[in-house]
Design a protein around this ligand. Structure first.
Ligand SMILES: Nc1ncnc2c1ncn2[C@@H]1O[C@H](COP(=O)(O)OP(=O)(O)OP(=O)(O)O)[C@@H](O)[C@H]1O
Length: 253
């Protein structure tokens, strides 16, 4: 595989009792960068991410990660250990712990049993947590109970927790859903920043969000790749207007 490529889905098919939710999908991701995955409801976006992270098994095709690892042969926890993080729409944080403690826990998962048994946190680890807190816009909120954060802040905390495990590929489902406009913008900026060092894939329905933060957009329709390009190219494409934007317009009329 090309040195700059981290993931390649080759002709991937996922079936549910004979129904092909994803059929012959192709996707290539570079080691760094933010990719938005869009398409009408039922296009197969979530199923594709599920196949990459091992939640569902493809019935056909290959999902090649890094230097030739076929993810279709790996179990979900093994895929996570390889450095693929998946974030679902609802934040899964520990609400009764502080923001810092949440990050600490996430860090220890990475460090293994020995670190988990150690009660004292090293100053280097403390520094890492502080840096991460600043990075996710929660500097100054480290000692607050995570359950008391706003919806947007909880999402950022979860992203921060995933980053503590230093993934090389992050998969996110509608990370800005339910956020205020300001939180949405901050989320876009955060994703752009973290995508400078790793590959990030975002399944998204909010077209304004995509327009503001996407460089390359992949459009799926009926389980297949419809097109790939900049948001301008995607919006100017007649097939996309027909299957996706057209449907949206009808839906909002
Ligand atoms: N576990 C499952 N069993 C059966 N059918 C499923 C399952 N999961 C998804 N599907 C079907 O597969 C198709 C693709 O679903 P998927 O959730 O991947 O689409 P999507 O593009 O993410 O849609 P949305 O934007 O609405 O979330 C849909 O028709 C869905 O009903």
């Amino acid at each position: 595989m090309n040195d700059h490529v981290i993931l390649r889905c080759e002709d991937v098919t996922v079936s549910f009792d004979g129904f092909k939710a994803v059929q012959g999908m192709n996707l290539e991701l570079k080691k760094r960068g933010l990719r938005f995955l869009i398409g009408p409801n039922g296009a197969g976006k979530t199923t594709l991410l599920d196949a990459v992270c091992g939640k569902v098994k493809p019935s056909g095709g290959r999902i090649v990660f890094q230097d030739g690892i076929d993810l279709a042969r790996r179990k979900e926890h093994q895929i996570a250990e390889l450095g693929i993080g998946r974030k679902f729409q609802a934040p899964s944080i520990f609400p009764t712990l502080t923001v810092e403690e949440n990050l600490e826990l996430a860090m220890r998962q990475k460090r293994g049993v020995l670190a988990t048994l150690r009660t004292r946190i090293l100053s280097s680890e403390r520094k890492l947590i502080r840096t991460r807190l600043e990075g996710i816009g929660l500097g100054g909120k480290g000692t607050l109970r995570a359950g008391g954060l706003s919806h947007g802040e909880k999402q950022w905390l979860e992203i921060g927790m995933m980053l503590m495990q230093e993934p090389s590929l992050l998969l996110l489902d509608e990370p800005a859903a339910g956020m205020t406009d300001r939180e949405t913008d901050k989320t876009g900026e955060l994703l752009q920043e973290i995508a400078q060092e790793r590959a990030v894939v975002v399944v998204e329905h909010d077209m304004e969000f995509v327009r503001n933060f996407a460089s390359i957009v992949t459009v799926m329709h009926e389980g297949r790749l419809l097109m790939e390009g900049t948001m301008d190219q995607v919006q100017a494409d007649e097939r996309v207007a027909e299957v996706y934007l057209g449907k949206r317009r009808e839906a909002t009329c």
